[in-house]
Ligand binder design. Structure first.
Ligand code: NDP
Ligand code: 8X3
Length: 250
């Protein structure tokens, strides 16, 4: 029986790479994001390998999130694997200079969005007494760095929510895992710096993680035997030692 995975933030970066990785292994996909044209492109690329359904909604919008998930056709409505990936940093500012709109975006998307999607999907998993949830946290959820304040807070919240989920869902046999990457070369920095050229330098002078590296790790996590749950993984590029120490050659 083919499994179905529900991936948020599937239009770019880690989410898109995970969709490709899962499709290679014949996992049915529900791909989510706000950019419909990208969802359409990814769907047509992957449906040669597996069955794909797309959902266009903003995870900040509670009503839209529940409505979208409720609208899933029966072939896609049984979710075996939930990848809570949608998220981003918005801005990199000292706390005294931070934009409250950026703070709203990070807390609403990275924390509340993850909670809404989870709340909509977990009941069917607990009813079936099976399921696997992977939350994409960050090294920023393990260690705070200068100007990282609210982004780090949002990812520390993901860390705490993951631990809470693992405890509360333990009686139901649901696996809960956090994968916490360091620097991954995606659209992350374009979003964080709002198109500013400073984003161009973020991945220069060293080999950053690629989204496919994280996708392979996610696939490894979801293919462990039934009694094995990878609970928490911190993954850096070799050139990175922590959130502020990166061995750049230029
Ligand atoms: P990208 O910017 O490449 O991808 C972000 C994805 O999130 C997009 O598909 C985007 O889709 C989706 N998204 C953003 N906001 C919303 C929203 N309001 N509603 C629905 N979907 C949304 O970044 P990454 O792939 O790097 O980021 C994925 C996750 O990995 C994030 O949680 C990020 O915090 C985390 N991470 C990233 C690291 C990095 O260095 N890149 C390191 C550690 C963690 P769309 O715009 O179409 O809605
Ligand atoms: C993304 C990695 O270091 O920009 O979560 O916070 S970092």
């Amino acid at each position: 029986m083919k499994k179905t995975a529900f991936i948020t933030g599937a239009t770019s970066g880690i989410g898109r790479a995970t969709a490709h990785e899962f499709a290679k292994h014949g996992i049915n996909l529900v791909l989510c994001g706000r950019r419909q044209e990208r969802l359409d492109t990814i769907k047509s690329a992957l449906e040669r390998q597996t069955d794909v359904h797309t959902l266009n909604f903003d995870v900040r919008d509670k009503e839209a999130t529940f409505k979208a998930i409720d609208s899933l056709p029966s072939d896609f409505s049984k979710i075996d694997i939930l990848i809570n990936n949608a998220g981003n940093a918005h801005g990199l500012d000292f706390i005294q200079d931070g934009s409250t709109d950026d703070w709203d975006a990070m807390m609403d998307i990275n924390v509340m969005g993850l909670l809404y999607v989870s709340r909509a999907i977990i009941p069917q998993m607990s009813e079936r007494q099976s399921g696997h949830i992977i939350n994409i946290g960050s090294s920023a959820g393990k260690e705070v760095y200068p100007k990282g304040n609210v982004y780090c807070a949002s990812k520390h919240a993901v860390d705490a929510i993951t631990k809470g989920m693992r405890i509360d869902l333990n009686p139901f046999g649901i696996k809960v895992c956090a994968i916490n990457p360091g620097m991954v070369e995606t659209e992350f920095s374009q979003v964080r710096f709002k198109g500013d050229t400073v984003a161009d330098g973020v991945y220069k002078g060293y080999k950053a993680l690629q989204p496919e590296d994280i996708a392979e790790i996610i696939h490894f996590a979801i293919t462990r035997p039934a009694h094995v749950n990878i609970a928490d993984l911190l993954v850096f590029p070799t050139a990175q030692a922590n959130n502020v120490t990166i061995n750049k050659k230029m």
